[in-house]
Ligand binder design. Sequence first.
Ligand SMILES: [Zn+2]
Ligand SMILES: [Zn+2]
Length: 459
Amino acid sequence: MTTKCRTYVDVLTQHTEVTGSTLLLIIRLSSGKIVKGLIDCGAFQEPNYQAENSKLIIDPKQLDFVCITHAHMDHAGRVPLLVNKGYERKIFCTNGTAEFLPYALHDNLKIMRDKSRRNNEKVLYFAEDVNKTMQLIEKKEYDETFSVHPKVKITFLENGHLLGASLILIQIEDEENVNLLFTGDYNNKNVFFNVKSIPQWVKDLPLTIVTESTYGDKTTQECLEENGGNNFDYNIIEASKENKSILIPAFALERTQEILYRIRCIQEQGYLKDYSVYLDGSLAIIYTELLKLGRIKNLKVQDFLPGNFSYVVNSVMRSEIINSRSNKIIVTTSGMGQYGPAQIYIPEFIVKQNSLIQFTGYCAQGTYGRKLQEESVYSNTVKFTAEFSAHAKKDVLLSLISQFSDIKAVLINHGNNEAKLKFKEYLEKEISKNSYILNKKIGYRVNAYGIMKELNTIN
Ligand SMILES: [Zn+2]
Ligand SMILES: [Zn+2]
């Protein structure tokens, strides 16, 4: 570790695991001027982290800028809380993120209101805070470099995790230059668009990388084997041969549309001829319409809707579908079965012999989906698959990081403790000895040469 440098950045987080992603940057320039910014301000969705939601890592009035990596609520869900507490400056994100964000935030507000009514808690923010948040948003193109201070530049880079998702590059151009790259949640590929490679000029920068590590302990192959394999098509086709009713809980944004596209592909192979396909969930329907209308960008896959397809528009229609004897596939939210119409469908389907409930994503601890995963009594009816994951696994994360030619240090966050530790081992073996685990208690002071010192941040 070097000891003296006049330009440095303190990197601090509020989150320790895969939830509530909030990174605070305190940039100290050689003039002594301080610039403060936030990368993401996510909601803590896991039941055991609820107390964190009302806490903020900094008084928002002190912030000079806020950037959002992508529109998932574990990264953007508390941005309106910053506004509620007095943040009035710009909020930067990509065009795609800005397109989805108002719907995602209003939906999150609805979930929060229901929860607070049930548990007699205070809501964190109101509809007017969401509206004000959207007024503060400044949309940016990928690869467009802009300044938040004469010496601080930011560039959003394309990321396959989600439509609109980005990696964020922060360049501090002072007496000594400090460059930081934040991966956000990362994936190298996407069903709906081709992911552009990272520009060469970024690969050549001396860089400290702050990386996610959700699956930092497993390879793509290991992850598949552990979580039910590559079996979605097989499960759906087999269930349809027995005329089973099929329920598919899916995340509203992108996963739902990917599942609809897969159903369309299965139909094109000649299956599901006598099946009706339904989508239930207001946010999922809005996103499906946005994608269908091509509002986001030129998509690789534009015609993704299956045949025999309808939206479920009200509870009367929902009851009719549940009670009808005809063959049906219902794609519904939420993906973990915890919220939305999935809460109504799952109890109906779980007691029926002739049904399949096919989960399509990660189910967090404490959710309905996780409970079903743990109770083997349902193993014939309830199936899981990991093939749709939007997160890069260890092998892909390592190949992302290995593209950079001058890595000063790597800070590992957004993973559970075991994933972070294992990923640190792999990184040190294969890429950089200067790897550190970032969490709520330990931040780092970063300068042009890497890590200056560890910062204890217990509060
Ligand atoms: Zn995400
Ligand atoms: Zn995340």
